[in-house]
Design a protein around this ligand. Structure first.
Ligand code: PMP
Length: 307
């Protein structure tokens, strides 16, 4: 659930949480025309707070806006500075950050021309997305009967609000079947992604993840994991995967800014087992990096000063 804090950044200024409202006839509310991001700020056990890959997220937000033909009136630098200002004003040592750019009030109808572009950044404390136990012991997932939208419907590189209708349908179906998360196949029947996560499998010591051309969001955590695998000399490749590749994998895990690096213990009732050595090694390294323990990744961290 959302935990209320003092301020939300809206169109260039900090406004009290309760005042960060929008009109019910906002274009994005009706047509899903917004683009957004999900980012985490981590507090290390030593008490240092850093936002993880802030610039990369704001760059992706700009790419999403470009695809969606939204004129984003703030530069990447301005959005990064605004995020730091917001976290410091709210005094949040660890939080989830949600920037959203949406088409507001002004026109009704599919053509968004004339709707005011609104830019909002919110942050609040948010624990592990699927729970601490999920990170430690893994989760059960099921392949959804819902397919991920095709690359010629909503482009996968745009992180748009509209894309998540698919994810919502798949998530609700997964819950109904007793799974923590759904895996969506693409229209061609290849493994695509989770409802808010990318997917990895390990087989015979080799890590693989589907390529973005299979229609998935180019995850920043996915990219981080590929970098960390390289450091740990774990062979890694991007290759299309079928549903049965999930069943016969030695290890399967999901990645996302919210879900972090979550092991998968079973797929469609086929046991994968306890989190394996490759998953554990990557998870440990990931948390070392976000907590600022790995010097060579200092550039991925943006420090924030909080009490
Ligand atoms: N796929 C989907 C559909 C997502 O919503 C997310 C979360 N943004 C991801 C993958 C993972 O992306 P990231 O690691 O950048 O959070």
């Amino acid at each position: 659930d959302i935990i209320e804090v003092d301020y939300i950044w809206k169109n260039g200024e900090l406004v009290p949480w309760a005042d960060a409202t929008t009109h019910v006839l906002s274009h994005s509310l009706h047509y899903g025309s917004g683009v957004f991001e999900g980012i985490r700020c981590y507090k290390s056990p030593e008490g240092k707070s850093n936002v993880f890959r802030l610039r990369d997220h704001m760059e992706r937000l700009h790419r999403s806006a470009k695809i969606a033909c939204i004129d984003l009136p703030y530069t990447v630098d301005e959005l990064c500075d605004a995020t730091v200002e917001l976290i410091e004003a709210n005094n949040l040592p660890a939080c989830y950050i949600r920037p959203i750019v949406y088409r507001g009030y002004g026109v009704m109808g599919v053509d968004p021309t004339g709707a005011k572009v609104e830019v909002v950044i919110a942050a609040w404390p948010w624990d592990s997305y699927l729970g601490e136990d999920a990170l430690e012991n893994g989760v059960s997932v099921g392949v959804s009967s819902w397919r991920q939208r095709s690359i010629n419907a909503i482009p996968p590189a745009v992180k748009s609000t509209a894309s998540y209708m698919n994810s919502i349908l798949a998530k609700l179906e997964a819950k109904e079947h007793g799974y923590a998360e759904a895996i969506m196949l693409n229209e061609a029947g290849l493994v695509c992604e989770g409802t808010g996560e990318n997917l990895f499998v390990v087989r015979d010591g080799v890590l693989s993840t589907p390529p973005t051309s299979d229609g998935l969001l180019e995850g920043i955590t996915r990219d981080s994991v590929l970098c960390l695998a390289d450091d740990l000399e774990i062979p890694a490749l991007e290759e299309s995967l079928t549903r049965s590749d999930l069943y016969i994998a030695d290890e399967v895990f999901m990645t996302g800014s919210a879900a972090e690096l979550t092991p998968i213990g079973s797929v469609d009732g086929r046991a994968i087992g306890k989190p394996g050595p490759v998953t554990r090694a990557l998870q440990d390294r990931f948390f070392d990096v976000v907590y600022g323990k790995v010097e060579e990744y200092a550039e991925w961290l943006t420090p924030v000063t909080v009490k």
